[in-house]
Ligand binder design. Sequence first.
Ligand code: PEP
Ligand code: MG
Length: 845
Amino acid sequence: MPSISLSAPLSGWLCPLDEVPDPVFAGGMLGEGVAIDPLGEVLHAPAAGEVIGFHEAGHAVTLRLREGVELLLHFGLDTVRLGGAGFTPLVYIGAHVDEGQPLLRVALDEVVGKARSLVTPLLVTEPAGYAIEWIAPFGTIEVGEPLARLVRDEATSSDQPLDTGRAPEARLQRKVRIPLAHGLHARPCARLAEIVRAAAAVKVHVAVGGREASLASPTAMLRLAVRHGDTVALLASGPDAEPVLDQLVQMIESGMGEGAPFPAESAVRAPITSVSGAEFSVPAAGAALPGVAASPGIAVGPVWRPVQTEPVIDEISAGPEVETTRLRDALIAVRTALCSPAGAHAEEEAILGAHLALLDDPELTGAAEALIADGVSAGEAWRRVLHAEAAGLRATGDARFAERAADFIDLDLRVQWCLAGDEPPVMVPPAGAILIADDLLPSQVAALSPGGVAGIATARGGPTSHVAIIAASRGLPALVALGSAVLEIADGTMVVLDTVTGTLEVDPPAERLSAARAAASMRETRRAAALAAAGRDGATADGKRIEVFANLGKLDDVAPALAQGAEGCGLLRTEFLFLDRATAPDEDEQMACYAAIAQALEGRPLIVRLLDIGGDKPAPYLPIAAEENPALGLRGIRVGLARPEVLSTQLRAILRATPSGDIRIMAPMIARIEELRAVREVLLAEARALGVAVPQLGVMVETPAAAVMADRLAAECDFLSVGTNDLTQYTLAMDRGNPAVAGGLDGLDPAVLRLIAQTCTGAERFGKWVGVCGGLASDPLAAGLLVGLGVGELSAAPGQVAEVKASLAAVTDAQCKALARKALDAASATEVRALATEMLREVGL
Ligand code: PEP
Ligand code: MG
């Protein structure tokens, strides 16, 4: 006889459901169950299954186990009112979880005083024909202890078909907007279900966003995730349906004791989701909005906000066979379009290649087809699967992974347009305009006509997104993470987008507009001159040799970097080589990849950084538990040391690639000397086993600890390379992925510069060189200053190499040293910028 076991999701005190001080749970309105008064802070999965619901307040999780059995775990009573405070979801909707896997972390200290009770019901909301036997004695219980056994009850299962989610035809319909502050969560669902169940002959369904659920089933309702402000349709059939509908509408409109006013409609339609939070007023003339530079440059022009339209998704399934064929046909059509992009740049082609790989991913298509088999339309199925993937990436909390969410949204839209038999409207900007949007998709930027917009400014987004890469490849200046205020600037307002100051200036005075125009055209002239001289060696005007390398993320980056005059690769971000895939690259594949890049560099140095991945940026193939404070958690070299097989596989692959070029190794996020020693030990052992020479081993200086201990590290490594992106975020305690603070991050802050100076002094004691491979090395304004601090190698973004070389060639070593002295004495990053600008102006740049 088939059976399913449930284990305790929490440690605490187990009690019967009727002791829960809430009639909705105690009366079994949501299903059979038990409750636990928790002692532990982490809620675990009682059995393996799929997460099919996670309330946005984080307090309630719904799991579907095999054969359609569904569970609801509801942490505490009335905890929905906390609006998520104290709750940290550890999984996302669509995730497949194992028994015992952590689902939710609750800060008990924070929640205990605010919630009515912490007692946590565990309910079998859909038994799917299984009989439930609760086997644990009431009293203390430990997480993971056996709790219940579900045994297939053949008699019940045969004559009780599952609710298909679709009501019979000939239905009355009423639309109602949900005024409940927390949407239709468990308790109101149960109360509405009670009314429907009392009117036995009436069937009522709720429809929203193309999905439908029976109102008699609170779990099916929860899966719809109806939120405050959503408009739903109530569809009723059967005799006396009308009074039941009236009663339901009245009850919902009353707010059921949880009513809250609706927010004012936003005047701007956001393409994906709008930035949540405070309301913003229209930025005043002369205001300068701080953002994050994503593609360098300065641009002046009128604001243009394109109207974003979305294809209409067919809500009703025409049957699994028809819908499966529709999806497959659409995928073939999109694949064909992606394979033959018209006029794409090399960078865009690589991004389209990544989209193509996603399109061929059997996990995505398999999940969509499974939904179609359950009666969902092709469009709705594809959207749910791709949006779940995007949500998963955003939930990682790491900016660079969250940026990849746009790729999934983009691919969803490509397929939706195809299913709708239509084309996305072409965005035709007025020439010279500054495009402003909440966020953009890679395809939208790629589709911009050449010679159209002069720059891009977005409320969200990140500096290493595919959007940023495409903008940079087209030479389009771009600022991201400007916040919602940017969306309030009226169309046609003149703005100056300046990535040197990192600001978008709104309606500046006429003198500023003409100065900015002059700067933009001078910049163009300078860029052309720098590119023409890109082949020279990196050096100061008086001949001090400074190697100028490029940061690479893939083989395709090599050619554009060499065209810019790169003299090697100072940082190969190996985590990006394998980002868009679900399985771990094996040793041979890694080796082939490193060897190909080394060969393409034709003998120039290649510094391979060991995987920089962690709890905050999990690669799909390296599952690592979510963390509360990932920037301070298991990341960088700590992962390699915690997972020795990952480190030794990568080291073997690099060692085997060494005959292909001048390959060196660099370890990320080193904070303590023991970490360096541990890496060296593995490196020596693997080199000995393979019988190859040991390559140079360097340390990335990304933590203040590494900077102040640079002398001790230098004594035991071959070189140091400063990762200014992380060093700045850790020094200033500002999360580089958090738009609320990222605008304040500036690597030219004197605090960061003093740490770089300390690194150089420490390394010099032991005769080791120091490079910079963080974002500061790409800033022509910073190049001379870094040299003055004692840096001997700069590794810039490929598109910036020529300008960095040109900037160095214009100044003498003595000028650099004088600037460094003044900068170390400055009080702020603004002062440092002014000093550096002055020096470059003096030499005519
Ligand atoms: C840095 O932190 O500056 C760096 C180069 O590493 P990443 O940006 O990849 O974290
Ligand atoms: Mg870093």
